[in-house]
Design a protein around this ligand. Structure first.
Ligand code: ATP
Length: 450
């Protein structure tokens, strides 16, 4: 059965994935904190991204640019002028909304007016009102001041995307790395957008983490690389456990494109409320490098010493969000089934994404068993992330590990003291197998199919 949003939010809080921020003060404007399991899972999502984008490639290098950034960057990139959403106020309840996200409902006739032809019009989700102010552009960037004076000369912005940090370092990276297009820079970090209507749990928040690759290519090859990254990124979600039928690629129509983009495709996921974007892949052309070159007076080109040619590369950008990927993995992995006549909930997370790969469970808290179980834990800890739980009945401990997605449980019982062997239990099949401790690391890693 697909998980509902209520159940997902409940599970995330109860099991320590995601908590509402400042909850003891009644929460704070759709901000969230990541709990013990949430940080492990988010770290795994980022590691899986980094592994496929940087570690397994020859031509991609890492970068970590500043969050606090110069207004000159955002002036040159066009964000000060263009990074806006259309804002409207409902004339009945005064709530503010993004005009392009208002749901449509049949138009209500004015009192006494004849029944109109069925017409769908934007409708306030709060009071069902259908009259709004004219839309006005609202800039999504968070403005702040650097230093003690709050004057215009001290203005800085929290970056709304990590991308510009790549472009302003283009010449630095080229100079230090001697790369030849196609090559890329990869970055993971926080971005901030003053979203008008955050919501759907961590899907849309004002502070969020992005994973962005800027891939520099010869202009003539841009559309080929664009197609390559669309299929590569689609496959990444499949590789880490999302069924193909829960994903789709959606091409942006002309009027939907951002000011810098020649083509954009979204990787979308079937969220409980409908299709939603996990990641955008854009052909940013040479827009950004040319804009920064013009504004800074610096040369931002590639010089091909073999042919003597200079050119400004085109940029293909796959830009993903950590929280949205996490949500998708949780939703796709959520499973209910029956084990030994009992209903159970499990998260069938890929072993690289699951918060813990292994839970070590001594059958009892007795001193001699605990000390042996801790030895087993010490054997596994350098290799995988382990949980250790010696509370409650073994059945309830299995249920907990299933519900937080731990692929393997290692149970230590009284026979273990004699035969120096433990039982490995598989989350999905619930099958158990006895394994000698001196072959445990091998047995665990082969089962996790890294
Ligand atoms: P949307 O259309 O949903 O506002 P976007 O197209 O503006 O998103 P991009 O600028 O392409 O988003 O950013 C790349 C990725 O960063 C998105 O695909 C998403 O995963 C993530 N992201 C963007 N905005 C948010 C947000 N407010 N909260 C959480 N993640 C976000």
């Amino acid at each position: 059965m697909p998980v509902s949003m209520e159940e997902l939010v409940r599970l995330c809080k109860a099991r320590g994935f995601v908590y509402p921020s400042a909850e003891i003060y009644g929460g704070f404007r759709s901000t969230y904190d990541y709990g013990p399991l949430g940080v492990l899972m988010a770290r795994n999502v980022k590691d899986a991204w980094w592994r496929s984008m940087v570690q397994l490639r020859r031509e991609v290098v890492g970068l970590d640019a500043a969050v606090l950034s110069s207004p000159r960057i955002w002036e040159a990139s066009g964000h000060l002028k263009n990074f806006t959403d259309p804002l409207v106020d409902c004339l009945s309840c005064k709530q503010r909304w993004r005009a392009d996200e208002l749901p449509l409902a049949p138009k209500r006739p004015a009192p006494g007016a004849p029944e109109p032809a069925e017409e769908m019009v934007p409708t306030c989700p709060n009071c069902r009102g259908q009259d709004f102010t004219d839309a006005r552009p609202f800039n999504l960037m968070f403005k702040t001041f650097v230093g003690p004076l709050e004057d215009e000369g001290a203005v800085a912005y929290l970056r709304p995307e990590t991308a510009q940090g790549h472009f302003v370092n283009f010449a630095n990276v080229l100079q230090s790395e001697h790369l030849v297009p196609p090559f890329g820079t990869a970055q993971i970090g926080k971005s901030f957008r003053n979203e008008i209507t955050p919501g759907n749990f961590v899907f849309r928040t004002r502070e969020f983490e992005q994973m962005e690759l800027e891939y520099y290519v010869p202009p003539a090859d841009a559309s080929r690389w664009f197609d390559y990254w669309c299929s590569e990124r689609f496959d990444w979600y499949v590789r880490y456990g999302i069924p193909r039928e829960m994903l789709r690629l959606r091409h942006h129509a002309e009027e939907e494109l951002s000011h810098y983009s020649a083509a954009t495709v979204d990787v979308e996921f079937a969220f409980p409320w409908g299709w939603g974007e996990l990641e955008g892949i854009a052909n940013r052309t040479d827009y950004d490098l040319k804009a920064h070159a013009a504004a800074s007076g610096q040369v931002l080109e590639y010089f091909d010493s073999a042919t003597g040619q200079r050119y400004v590369p085109y940029v293909i950008e796959p830009a993903a969000g950590v929280a949205r990927a996490m949500m998708a993995f949780l939703i796709a992995g959520y499973t209910t089934d029956e084990v030994a006549g009992e209903q159970r909930t499990s998260l069938r997370l890929h072993p690289r994404i699951a918060p813990y790969q292994v839970a070590v469970l001594p059958l009892s808290k007795k001193e001699n068993l605990s000390s042996f179980a801790l030895e087993v834990l010490a054997v596994l800890q350098p290799v995988v992330m382990c949980d250790y739980d010696d509370t409650r009945s073994i059945g309830r401990r299995y249920r907990r590990q299933d519900e937080i997605g731990t692929p393997l449980c290692v149970t230590v019982d009284f026979d273990s003291l004699e035969d120096k062997a433990v039982t490995i239990r598989d989350r999905d099949s619930t099958q158990q197998e006895r394994v000698p401790v001196d072959r445990l690391v091998e047995a665990v890693t082969s089962r996790l199919a890294w």
